[in-house]
Design a protein around this ligand. Structure first.
Ligand code: SAM
Length: 295
């Protein structure tokens, strides 16, 4: 099978852009982080698909750029996508989100997927991404990381999602809003143990801040000093299986028992930790008996 080869040279030619989809990263705070190539593509695009036209209008105004915009967001994407796809054959359409890299906890995945399937020219203009910027600032291991994005807002669903990733040996990266920070940090400590973690706020903005400390200290700090602005939470990788503490095992079992019977909860935690399924079964049984006695 011969795979198609894409010619990227054309988008740096002087006037007309090659028709297709241009995924353009925009700044996450400091407008000077817009790359030269991003500015050039935005200047020459036939149309800019934006999440919120008021937000992108400010960026374009700052750059002295005037181009037609069309709103492409979670609420109209399914309706709009079939209209945009045929236009990629004769128009250069830039896709931007409110800030950072489109598709990263932002709309665009299905548009890119369908554009590629339709054989359109698709290229990316990489740039700021809060997850990667936060990782570089945090001081936590950067060799392996898992971008989780936003956790479910409801506590039980959040704990379940965390249980599934508790044993992964990689720095975990979460997007969050400041009002929920303390409650999310508390869930993280409960399910993952008191790991080293970081809260990175307002990246590239005036009040940029990075606090790296065990989760318990971060909770105390932000309870006393509620955070403002945008933030990313990072948690250091799971310890090696042999070093998992008993408190963490109990937390994992308790979380698994919310949705599963004893046998399945033990099997799930055995898979996550590498500990003996029989031992975990005995502990899970004990926990269940304890909670029935408490009711
Ligand atoms: N697509 C964006 C990117 O590439 O980072 C992310 C968009 S997502 C809807 C918004 C979340 O990104 C925020 O809730 C916050 O967690 C994170 N974020 C965006 N800008 C940030 C900044 N300047 N400092 C810290 N976190 C930021």
């Amino acid at each position: 099978m011969t795979l198609p080869v894409q010619d990227n040279a054309q988008d740096i030619q002087p006037d007309k852009l090659q028709p297709g989809l241009y995924i353009v990263a925009t700044p996450i705070g400091n407008l000077s982080d817009l790359s030269l190539r991003a500015a050039d593509i935005l200047k020459r695009a036939d149309l800019i698909a934006v999440e919120d036209s008021r937000v992108t209008a400010k960026l374009l105004q700052h750059m002295g750029i005037k181009r037609p915009m069309i709103a492409y967001h979670d609420h109209n994407a399914d309706y709009l996508r079939p209209q945009l796809l045929p236009r990629l054959n004769h128009e250069a359409i830039a896709l931007v989100s409110d800030a950072g890299t489109p598709l990263i906890s932002d709309p665009g995945f299905k548009l890119v997927r369908d554009a590629r399937q339709a054989g359109a020219y698709v290229t990316t203009i990489p740039g700021a991404c809060a997850a990667v910027a936060a990782l570089t600032l945090s001081g936590l291991p950067s060799d392996r990381f898992l971008f989780v994005g936003f956790l479910p807002p409801k506590e039980n669903a959040r704990k379940k999602a965390l249980t599934e990733i508790a044993a992964i040996s990689a720095t975990l990266i979460f997007y969050e809003t400041s009002p929920r920070l303390v409650s999310v940090l508390t869930s993280l400590q409960e399910i993952l143990g008191n790991r080293e973690a970081a809260v990175v706020r307002e990246i590239t903005k005036k009040f940029e801040e990075c606090q790296t400390a065990p989760l318990s200290e971060l909770i105390t700090h932000y309870e006393q000093k509620p955070p403002k602005g945008e933030l990313v939470i990072l948690v250091s990788p799971a310890d090696k299986k042999a070093e998992i503490g008993q408190d963490e095992v109990i937390s994992l079992l308790q979380a698994a028992l919310v949705d599963h019977p004893v046998g399945k909860a033990a099997a799930l935690v055995a898979k996550q930790t590498g500990l003996s399924r029989q031992d975990l079964y005995d502990q899970a049984m004990h926990l269940r008996q304890q909670s029935s006695a408490d009711e």
